[in-house]
Write a protein that binds this ligand. Structure first.
Ligand SMILES: Cc1cc2nc3c(=O)[nH]c(=O)nc-3n(C[C@H](O)[C@H](O)[C@H](O)COP(=O)(O)O)c2cc1C
Length: 534
């Protein structure tokens, strides 16, 4: 039965589609001087500096496929700092003329970074029990809350939130979608970072948004400037040894609510010229209640082995978005292509071991240059159940011939798809000059009509897949880029899908990057050394 909330969500989704004849509603002009501060800080909090960032760890990227081979490091302030750095910290600065901007280990649409990260310390160990906000720019923690007493054995939790307005400043109404993508990327970034330290991550998927907001103090309206508030997304527990016990979440929220709170969010220092009330509406309609989650076992085999011999920390820190591709590259080796696709299938491997729901996102891939594969359109259904539904919903002429024994990859159509891919992705050449680009297509209406807040989870799943592709591309000596700008219904037209059963929610592209030589690259945390030496 369609309920009012799902109607709000579906209506938001439709009105924020980019169309060939017009883009979704956004600001008519952008004053770049007025960009919101990408780094949130709370004034009036105790600051905890984290140990110097930049440490390389021994595990190779390929070792992340076999977590049992990685000896877990003890959880202390140094390794917690590394976790935060590798997940959400700075990876470099770029400079062009007088402009300088930071890049981070997690990507973000428009580099606006709506995602904020929090640490919750429950034991009275190397950090006092309480809630801390991570400032990636300074690699430090701000103590927002001190609990009156510790909560035994719950360990360290990480909370993720979004400042919708930071993204809406540039992208207007469509921004809410991008915030959700970014959350999915951040979850993936956290999972890879934890794996590199030999740890795992448990998504506390039953928590309601209200619970997360209560724990992180997001409901303390007096601490946030109007229109710059944060919205709860996810809460995860870091598992660094075998001793963690079930969490008493009610007790933890009680401790936080009754704790001593410090600080106020500083202004993001931008003028709020445009307002997008539809974001508040969809956000309210897609609020997550408390749920009982049944986590499934993944039903695919292990991924194809990666030949990458680089350290995982190096791959994570070197991740970037390609701005341009060498459209003439020799073809991508078939094995590398298969490896990348096998890595996005649900499995017990990082990062999908945190994501134990039936997959709802399936790939349609425009192959431009892959050795031994005809150029054309291919499909990678990410669950066995989806195959027949996808076949029935798409163009009847599609071939649907399985072409690999190791991954469920189907040939649909042969032909040069470069122009189509470029046009569909808002005319961006990164979608055509690459080795392949793809659309992530969601099982949509059935999901949203039953449970409106799952709208967000569909985007999170896309972001998670995107994060895998980013790192796998680096590991294969290539580069990827997430693509949030695409013409929604034109994609559906090409695939032949009608109504809302399937909707394309994210695009991605992978190829050989061309460096922009005009840009200077500076070290991620050089500014901390400068600060220390003055
Ligand atoms: C959800 C999402 C959507 C994006 N959409 C586009 C896009 O349409 N076109 C593009 O060139 N880059 C896109 N990007 C790449 C971002 O611009 C990039 O992540 C950001 O500038 C930070 O740079 P980095 O990824 O190199 O750290 C997207 C990234 C994300 C996470």
């Amino acid at each position: 039965m369609i309920n009012n909330k799902s109607e709000v969500v579906l209506s938001y989704h439709h009105r924020t589609k980019h169309r060939l004849e017009r883009y979704a509603r956004g600001p008519e002009s952008i004053d770049w001087e007025d960009q919101p501060d990408p780094f949130r800080r709370f004034s009036g909090c105790e600051l905890i500096s984290l140990p110097k960032p930049g440490t390389e760890l021994e595990p190779l990227f390929t070792h992340l496929d076999s977590p049992d081979l990685i000896v877990p490091l003890p959880l202390d302030l140094t390794t917690l700092g590394l976790l935060l750095e590798l997940a959400f910290g700075l990876s470099a600065w770029k400079q062009f003329g007088p402009s300088r901007w930071a890049l981070r280990c997690n990507p973000s649409s428009g580099n606006l970074h709506p995602t904020e990260a929090y640490v919750i310390s429950t034991a009275d160990d190397f950090m006092k029990p309480g809630v801390y906000h991570y400032v990636s720019h300074d690699h430090s923690l701000e103590r927002r809350c001190e609990f009156a007493e510790p909560l035994n054995d719950a360990g360290i939790l990480i909370g993720l939130t979004s400042i919708h307005w930071r993204e809406a400043w540039k992208y207007g109404e469509r921004a809410y979608r991008y915030c959700q993508h970014d959350t999915g990327h951040a979850l993936g970034a956290l999972r890879y970072a934890a794996a590199t330290l030999g740890w795992s991550v448990e998504l506390l998927a039953d928590w309601s948004d209200e619970d997360i907001a209560g724990l992180l103090g997001l409901n303390r309206q007096e601490d946030f400037k109007q229109k710059e508030q944060e919205y709860p997304d996810l809460i995860c527990r870091i598992i660094s040894d075998d001793h963690s016990k079930p969490i008493d979440s009610s007790r933890m929220i009680e401790l936080s609510q009754a704790g001593s709170w410090f600080g106020k969010a500083q202004s993001l220092r931008a003028y709020h010229m445009y307002h997008w009330p539809v974001i508040d509406e969809v956000s309210a309609a897609a609020t997550k209640p408390h749920t009982t989650e049944i986590m499934l076992q993944a039903d695919y085999h292990s991924p194809i082995k990666s030949p990458c011999t680089h350290k995982a920390t190096a791959i994570i820190r070197q991740r970037r978005s390609a701005q341009q591709f060498d459209g003439k590259m020799s073809s991508l080796p078939l094995n590398d292509f298969y490896r990348m696709l096998s890595a996005v299938l649900p499995s017990s491997k990082v990062p999908f071991d945190v994501w134990r729901w039936l997959p709802k996102i399936h790939l349609f891939i425009f192959v431009h240059r892959v050795e031994g594969l005809a150029s054309g359109l291919y499909s990678l259904p990410r669950s066995h159940e989806a195959l027949d539904k996808l076949k029935a919903a798409t163009v009847t002429d599609f071939d649907w011939k399985i072409i690999s024994e190791v991954i469920p990859l189907y040939h649909l159509y042969s032909g040069d798809c470069r122009q189509i891919a470029k046009t569909l992705s808002c005319h961006q050449p990164i979608a055509s000059d690459s080795a392949f680009s793809l659309a992530m297509v969601a099982e949509f209406s059935e999901t949203i009509e039953a449970t409106p807040w799952l709208y967000r989870r569909l985007f999170w799943e896309c972001g998670l897949i995107g994060q895998v592709l980013y790192l796998e591309a680096e590991a294969a000596g290539l580069r990827g880029t997430g693509i949030g700008c695409y013409f929604d219904d034109s994609v559906h037209e090409i695939l032949g899908t009608k109504n809302d059963q399937f909707q394309s929610l994210y695009h991605f592209t992978v190829g050989k990057p061309l460096e922009d030589k005009r840009l200077e690259t500076l070290p991620a945390y050089g500014h901390l050394n400068e600060l220390m030496s003055t």
